[in-house]
Design a protein around this ligand. Structure first.
Ligand SMILES: [Zn+2]
Length: 241
């Protein structure tokens, strides 16, 4: 498949499923988890900040870390990749689903609504007692931990941590959409993170087309119908002219 054929396939597709990863956020200046572990945070290990064990041992430190990441994403703006995906959703309507590994909420801010967040969302918290999810106050007004307006319980970051399962309903929705997709796009993700990376194979197994957008070759590249060696915004602009 060449670029023109990829464009045609995407234009004529009735059902489109998209997976986005860190590469899409990077263009908005969002540091990766590991890149954010600088200064004060460089003496921690990732599992000291992002695991249920760490949280129950030291919720203040874990909340401090997430409050900082939350402030970072609040300052960032959606980029052209986010807006092109929101536009693609408007074109495909109910035939469209976007699954993201990103936790920054930028897809929502760019106008995406048919969206599942496989790894949670930095801009919300979840009640440890009743499971209610609520948006965090603006960073300037936010003193963690938040408490639940329904039951007054302590709330935790609404993030999927090391050793935790992906939210079942989000994963099921993504899996179904990739199975049904005429065209799937895998954008800015290395393919190394399972089970999200397995979504590409759901589409391939059903005979669909899978197009990868990534400046680097990935573990998925050998299996792709077509690969665009570009950053997310440039690749999407090439595919959706
Ligand atoms: Zn509650």
């Amino acid at each position: 498949m060449n670029l023109q054929q990829a464009r045609d396939a995407l234009r004529s597709a009735r059902r489109v499923a998209v997976l986005t990863g860190a590469g899409v956020s990077a263009e908005s200046g969002i540091p990766t988890f590991r890149d954010a572990m600088s200064g004060h945070w460089s003496r921690f290990r990732p599992e000291d900040l992002a695991s249920p064990e760490a949280y129950y041992r030291d919720p203040e430190t874990v909340w401090q870390w997430y409050a900082g990441r939350y402030a970072d994403v609040t300052r960032a703006q959606p980029n052209r990749a986010h807006t092109l995906l929101a536009q693609l959703e408007r074109e495909k309507a109910e035939g469209f689903l976007l699954a993201t590994q990103n936790v920054d909420g930028l897809h929502t801010r760019a106008g995406s609504g048919r969206l599942v967040e496989l790894h949670g969302n930095l801009t919300t918290a979840r009640c440890e007692a009743c499971g209610a999810v609520a948006p965090l106050p603006s960073p300037g007004a936010f003193t963690p931990p938040p408490s639940c307006s329904a039951c007054q319980g302590r709330m935790r970051p609404n993030i999927v941590w090391f050793g935790e399962f992906l939210p079942e309903d989000a994963l099921a929705a993504a899996t179904g959409a990739f199975q049904r997709a005429d065209v799937a796009l895998i954008i800015g993700t290395s393919g190394a993170v399972y089970p999200a990376a397995g979504l590409a194979f759901e589409t391939l197994r059903e005979g669909g087309t899978v197009i990868e957008v990534n400046p680097e070759e990935t573990e998925l590249t050998p299996y792709m119908t077509f690969s665009l060696r570009q950053v997310a915004s440039g690749g999407l602009a090439s595919l959706c002219p």
